[in-house]
Design a protein. Structure first.
Length: 198
């Protein structure tokens, strides 16, 4: 995978797993901030207020450097870590996975818990539609109107998305392009007379 793309899920999805009468309900949710993660965790805690444990893990950002896992009362590293492990092994980001456990009366033991949380998380991921997104950069340029044709030639060649454009004596245009192509686009635009970056 290139450094300017990442995989995430398109929409929320659910999974389910049972082991020795314990039920594990799993939910994969697309998120983009820690605040969003907290809101979703609160929502699921309220919804499943009678559950024994609400364990979760998230990964944020294209660089996949912002993550956390929570065991919520399960023995250390038996719930949050296996959930995070599934996010990692599927190379996903901007995702929160919550696993709600209803205790069935029979202890599962450490390895049983790890397997159960890992499997429940993987069921939610399997039910989700994953997509690859690019990391984009926005570039704003200013130029004199007579050089519009030169600018548009570069735009046609490089295919950036045009976010905004203003045509007066001095024109302004904001373009969005995949990060790996941003330098090349800037260089080509700057070769057109009067073009400068804003």
């Amino acid at each position: 995978m290139a450094g300017d793309s990442y995989k995430t899920i398109r929409a929320a999805a659910e999974g389910y797993y049972t082991e020795k009468r314990s039920r594990f309900l799993s939910f994969a949710v697309p998120v983009s901030s820690v605040e969003e993660v907290k809101e979703w965790v609160d929502t699921y805690r309220k919804k499943y207020y009678d559950a024994r444990h609400v364990c979760w893990a998230y990964m944020l950002g294209a660089g996949r450097k912002n993550f956390r896992s929570v065991d919520d009362g399960e023995p250390s590293s038996t719930a949050g870590k296996p959930i995070l492990g599934q996010i990692n092994s599927h190379e996903l980001t901007d995702i929160l996975i919550i696993v709600v456990r209803y205790f069935g009366g029979i202890e599962l033991g450490t390895s049983g818990l790890i397997t159960a949380y890992r499997t429940a998380a993987s069921e939610a991921i399997a039910a989700a539609v994953t997509e690859e997104c690019t990391v984009d950069e926005d570039i704003t340029i200013v130029f004199e109107y007579p050089y519009l044709n030169g600018v548009m030639r570069v735009v046609k060649e490089m295919h950036p998305q045009i976010l905004s454009q203003q045509f007066e004596m001095t024109c302004e245009m904001t373009l969005r392009i995949r990060r790996s192509n941003a330098e090349s686009l800037k260089n080509k635009l700057l070769k057109v007379e009067t073009v400068r970056l804003k």
